[in-house]
Design a protein around this ligand. Structure first.
Ligand code: NAD
Ligand code: UFG
Length: 336
């Protein structure tokens, strides 16, 4: 039996495929390559020594998805496919609702038709909005999302709850990621933003490699240790391992479960810059810029539930996250 990985050529999907194969699972990927490249899949093959089966498929294409389920024995799905740029989602809300929510509905329909009722879904800490204080716990209220991207994650979480109410045979695990950074140890796969990065870590690493000249630090007058924003950065390979643990639980038990995947520790923008400088030996040129609209000040996880119920905890520290990001960036200055 295989795991269908939607969005498996993307940043988190490709790292998760490595861990799934390492744990003995057979993997089939469906990706439309709107934000990735088949080269990532080839490199996952290089790392694992396996030739991966993949389909160039948009998950909104019901017929194509039906064919994938007919051609493969799929017991479960890990669903990464979606658009993820917060700013772009404000400009193009319909694209985000269509791709993320529309795509998920078509996928769920195809799963139902194929009798496959086991799903792990990529959600985000963004569903907590800014109404809760960190550390964020899974049972805190959600709902005050501040952009269409965040709203798609929230609505999909609700759709998944409703599916289980309608049919208790579904086993669904919702994973709320904090801030994934880092890259596989091999330096062969990593984050590959198409345009100028919106997120902090890819911006820093592109400054380090000389693709961008200077980082803007968005605000140094917040009520934090050094005035800059605090986030829970988690190594993408730890995150990937969390999916393997979540999948095992999902296959064994029905019901809907929600877990934070974070380290439980907050790191400021300036602390991340210092760690990256140490890991890379490069000076990161930055300037203090105005606060960015919509930014929460502090966001980190309470990660105990995943430990208690999945036996998962993040292992890699911030220096290792920076070293691995740097290896990937240095070896692949232009990405894939
Ligand atoms: P990514 O863009 O690297 O990967 C997403 C993949 O999905 C890409 O390969 C893209 O080509 C594919 N895709 C998009 N729409 C598709 C469609 N309609 N049909 C088929 N394939 C499609 O992003 P990522 O960082 O790997 O994120 C994976 C998931 O995790 C996303 O759902 C994202 O919203 C979620 N997430 C990411 C972060 C983060 O900071 N990276 C944080 C929280 C949640
Ligand atoms: N930052 C800068 N300069 C930059 C980019 C970011 O100073 O060029 C700062 C931000 O102000 C923030 C911190 O770095 O304080 C982290 O910002 P990111 O954009 O890297 O990450 P966010 O926490 O804002 O958002 C990310 C994803 C969202 C997701 C959220 C929670 O982009 O999609 O994590 O998982 F919802």
């Amino acid at each position: 039996m295989s795991v269908l990985v939607t969005g498996g050529a993307g940043y988190i999907g490709s790292h998760t495929c490595v861990e799934l194969i390492g744990a003995g699972y057979d993997v089939v990927i469906a990706d439309n390559f709107s934000n990735s490249s088949p080269e990532a899949i080839r490199r996952v093959g290089e790392i694992t020594g396996k030739n991966l089966k993949y389909y160039d498929c948009d998950i909104r294409d019901a017929e194509h998805l039906g064919k994938i389920f007919a051609e493969n024995k799929i017991s479960s799905v890990i669903h990464f496919a979606g658009l993820k740029a917060v700013g772009e989602s404000v400009q193009k809300p319909l694209e985000y609702y269509d791709n993320n929510i529309g795509g998920t509905i078509v996928l769920l329909e195809a799963m139902k038709n194929a009798g496959c009722k086991k799903l792990v879904f990529s959600s985000s800490a963004t569903v907590y909005g800014d109404g809760n204080a960190s550390p964020l716990k899974e049972d805190m209220p959600t709902g005050e999302t501040t952009n269409p991207y965040g709203s798609t994650k929230l609505y999909i979480e609700r759709i998944l709850q409703d599916i289980h109410v309608s049919d208790s045979e579904w086993g669904i695990t919702i994973l709320r990621y904090f801030n994934p950074i880092g890259a596989h140890k091999s330096g062969l796969i990593g984050e590959n933003p198409r345009d100028i990065p919106n997120n902090l870590m890819p911006y820093i690493s592109q400054v380090a490699v000389g693709r961008l000249c200077r980082l803007n630090v968005f605000g140094d007058d917040y009520d934090t240790r050094d005035g800059t924003g605090v986030r829970d950065y988690i190594h993408v390979s730890d995150l990937a391992d969390g999916h393997v643990k979540a999948l095992k639980k999902t296959l064994a038990e029905n019901g809907v479960r929600i877990y934070n995947l974070g380290t439980g520790k907050g790191v400021s923008v300036l602390e991340l810059i210092r760690a990256f400088e140490k890991a890379s030996g490069k000076k990161i040129d930055y300037k203090i810029a105005p606060r960015r609209d919509g930014d929460v000040v502090v966001c980190y996880a309470d990660a105990d539930k995943a430990m208690l119920e999945l036996g998962w905890r993040a292992k890699r520290d911030i220096l290792e996250m920076c070293e691995d990001t740097w290896r990937w960036q240095k070896n692949n200055p232009e990405g894939f």
